[in-house]
Write a protein that binds this ligand. Structure first.
Ligand SMILES: *[C@@H]1O[C@H](CO)[C@@H](O)[C@H](O)[C@H]1NC(C)=O
Ligand SMILES: *[C@@H]1O[C@H](CO)[C@@H](O)[C@H](O)[C@H]1NC(C)=O
Ligand SMILES: *[C@@H]1O[C@H](CO)[C@@H](O)[C@H](O)[C@H]1NC(C)=O
Ligand SMILES: *[C@@H]1O[C@H](CO)[C@@H](O)[C@H](O)[C@H]1NC(C)=O
Ligand SMILES: *[C@@H]1O[C@H](CO)[C@@H](O)[C@H](O)[C@H]1NC(C)=O
Length: 307
C-alpha cells in the first residue's frame, strides 16, 4: 500500500476507535444512571427548608404551618412549626406520625427552634430505596432548625439528644403491599446509609435522631430479577451492540472507498502524464504498471491487495 493509503487507513481507524469509545461512555453512563438513585433526597431537603424559610414571614410560635409547595412537587406534604425551646423541653411535640417526648436536649441550645415535617407520599420510592426491599409505607421525615431569628424558620440544623423516652414514629402500612410479610423499620441516614431495625409495637419504630423513616418488606430473591428495568437494560445493551457493529462496518467501508479513490486518482494522474499503462504479471497478481521509461514503478507494487 502507498504511504498515503496507510495514512488514510490510520486516520480511519482513529475515527472508529473514537466513535466506539464515545458510544461506550454514553452507553454505560446511561445505564448506570438508570440503576442508581436519580433523585437527590439531600437536595430536596435543602430546597424545602429554604422554601419554607422564604415563604413563612414572622411565623407565630406554636402554630403548625402547611407549606404550599411548587406544583412540580404536588403530592408531597411539608409542614413547619416554630416553638420555644422551653416548651419543647417540657412538653415535647406530636408532629403527625412523630412523637417527640419531653426532655430532648438541643445542641446548640437555642431559644426558639423550628421543626420541619415531611411526608413524601407517592414520591417516596423515587427518592428513597432499600436494596432488596420494598417500601410499604410513605417516607416521613423531620428535622430541627435554629429559628431564633423571628423572620423565618431558619436553615441551621440542630442536634437532638434524647434523655427521657425515645422518639417514636407510627405508620399505617399498605395492607395489600405488606401481605403476610414481616415489616422492618428503615432509617435513611443523612450520609446515604440505610439502617433496618425491628418494629416495636405493631408498625411503630424507635427514631434514631433526625432524618427519614419508613417501613419495608423484604422482596424474595426469586422475584428480584423480574424487577422493572431489567428488560429495559437488556434492550439498551442490544441496541448498543447493533450500533457499534453498524458504525464499525461504515468505518471499514469508508476506508476502503478512500483508498480506492486515491488509487484511481493516482492512475488517472499517470495516464494524464501520457505514460501508457500496461498490464503485467507481478508476483502472480494482475496489476497496472508503467512502461519501461517510468522511473519508480516499485511504489505501486503493494497495491495488489486492493485490485
Ligand atoms: C404524585 O401524585 C400527584 C397527584 O396527587 C401527581 O401530580 C404527581 O405527579 C405524583 N408524583 C409521582 C412521582 O408519581
Ligand atoms: C431565611 O429567611 C429570612 C427572612 O426571609 C432571611 O433573612 C434569611 O436570609 C433566610 N435564610 C436563609 C439561609 O436563606
Ligand atoms: C451534630 O452531630 C454531628 C454528628 O452526629 C456532628 O458532626 C455535628 O458537628 C453536630 N452539630 C452540632 C451543632 O453540634
Ligand atoms: C452514617 O451515619 C450512621 C448514623 O446515622 C453511622 O452509624 C454510619 O457509620 C455513617 N456511615 C458513614 C459511611 O459515614
Ligand atoms: C429482630 O427480631 C428478631 C426476632 O423476631 C431477632 O431475631 C432479631 O435479632 C431482631 N433484630 C434486631 C436488630 O433487634
Amino acid at each position: 500500500m502507498t504511504p498515503k493509503g496507510k495514512l488514510q487507513m490510520r486516520r480511519g481507524f482513529h475515527c472508529i476507535a473514537l466513535a466506539v469509545v464515545h458510544l461506550a461512555i454514553w452507553f454505560f453512563s446511561g445505564s448506570m444512571a438508570g440503576d442508581s438513585q436519580v433523585y437527590d433526597s439531600h437536595a430536596l431537603d435543602e430546597f424545602f427548608q429554604q422554601f419554607a424559610n422564604r415563604t413563612l414571614h414572622h411565623p407565630r410560635t406554636g402554630v403548625l404551618y402547611n407549606i404550599t409547595l411548587p406544583r412540580r412537587y404536588s403530592g408531597i406534604k411539608v409542614s413547619v412549626v416554630r416553638m420555644r425551646s422551653s416548651t419543647f423541653w417540657v412538653r415535647g411535640i406530636q408532629l403527625s406520625p412523630f412523637y417527640i417526648p419531653p426532655r430532648v436536649i438541643l445542641k446548640p441550645n437555642v431559644k426558639t427552634l423550628g421543626i420541619m415535617y415531611q411526608n413524601l407520599h407517592n414520591w417516596s420510592s423515587s427518592y428513597y430505596q432499600v436494596p432488596g426491599h420494598r417500601l410499604v409505607a410513605p417516607v416521613v421525615g423531620f428535622m430541627a432548625f435554629d429559628a431564633s431569628k423571628p423572620d423565618g424558620v431558619g436553615t441551621q440544623m440542630l442536634n437532638l439528644t434524647v434523655t427521657g423516652n425515645p422518639i417514636m414514629v407510627s405508620f399505617h402500612p399498605n395492607r395489600t403491599e405488606q401481605g403476610n410479610h414481616t415489616v422492618a423499620c428503615v432509617k435513611f441516614g443523612y450520609n446515604g446509609t440505610v439502617v433496618l431495625s425491628n418494629v416495636t409495637s405493631p408498625n411503630s419504630c424507635v427514631v434514631q435522631g433526625q432524618g427519614h423513616y419508613s417501613l419495608a418488606i423484604q422482596i424474595p430473591p426469586s422475584s428480584r430479577g423480574k424487577e422493572e428495568g431489567a428488560w429495559r437494560w437488556w434492550v439498551l445493551r442490544i441496541v448498543g451492540v447493533v450500533v457499534v457493529i453498524a458504525l464499525t462496518g461504515l468505518g471499514v467501508w469508508a476506508i476502503y472507498e478512500t483508498v480506492m479513490r486515491n488509487k484511481i486518482r493516482g492512475m488517472e494522474e499517470e495516464s494524464e502524464r501520457g505514460a501508457p499503462l500496461e498490464i503485467t504479471w507481478v508476483r502472480r497478481s494482475r496489476m497496472p504498471s508503467a512502461s519501461m521509461l517510468r522511473t519508480q514503478p516499485v511504489l505501486l507494487e503493494h497495491d495488489v491487495a486492493f485490485s
